[in-house]
Design a binder for this molecule. Structure first.
Ligand code: 3NM
Length: 209
């Protein structure tokens, strides 16, 4: 069983105007102690993705000897390997967990998004290292989100798996603790980190202790 960080920061390329902005955002998160970051780029230009991912990898290895920073690639197993990332996160419409596992090998992390108990049960049977459940609350960061599952959805998910469970969707500093109390091991966040990542991450760590 892996020790899962409480805060899972998502770097969504659409929230940043430039690669420099994205890197500065990642730098601030790492400086505040964030050790698990996902690179998400639904724009889908593979060359841009690989370039940004490679720079993120370089950044995460530079500077002061911080604890190992894990970088997870959204959707793309090929780019995960190419950019020397630590794992892949897939949704229900991406490559299957087993196909991804063949590409990334046994050691990298594999995460799977689920939106209802049936999907969670199915994902629990795969080699996924962690499962996500959401959207817990309303979110404006995802196109066509599934119906909100609420804290009840987190509680239910907790009963269905022993894998690390990540709550996602509309999580902010005010409600993060409730997601953990409902059984999540970690919260994944886009919006509530964007304005002031350092301050926000520090506050997340405070409420998630
Ligand atoms: N996946 P925010 S909700 C990327 O339900 C993503 O699987 C979701 O962004 C799911 O923290 C979501 O801004 C968006 O709500 C999370």
């Amino acid at each position: 069983m892996i020790l899962f960080p409480r805060l899972y920061a998502i770097l969504d390329s659409s929230a940043h105007e430039s690669t420099q902005g994205l890197l500065a955002f990642a730098d601030a998160l790492i400086a505040s102690g964030c050790t698990l970051l996902q690179y998400r780029n639904k724009g889908g230009n593979a060359r841009v993705m690989l370039e940004q991912a490679t720079q993120l990898r370089r950044l995460s290895r530079a500077g002061v000897p911080t604890p190992h920073v894990r970088l997870i690639m959204n959707d793309r197993a090929d780019l995960c390997v190419a950019a020397e990332f630590d794992g892949v996160h897939v949704g229900q419409d991406d490559l299957s967990p087993e196909s991804v596992r063949k590409i990334i090998g046994p050691d990298r992390w594999l995460g799977v998004s689920t939106h209802n108990p049936e999907q969670l049960r199915e994902a629990d049977l795969t080699s996924a290292d962690y499962l996500a459940v959401g959207p817990v609350f309303a979110t404006s960061s995802k196109n066509n989100p599934d119906p909100v599952v609420g804290l009840e959805g987190v509680r239910r998910a907790r009963q269905l798996t022993r894998k690390p469970l990540v709550a996602i969707g509309g999580i902010n500093r005010a409600n993060a603790a409730s997601a953990i109390e409902a059984g999540a091991d970690s919260v994944a966040v886009i919006s509530d980190l964007i304005r002031d990542p350092r301050k926000s991450a520090e506050e997340f760590f405070r409420v998630l202790r």
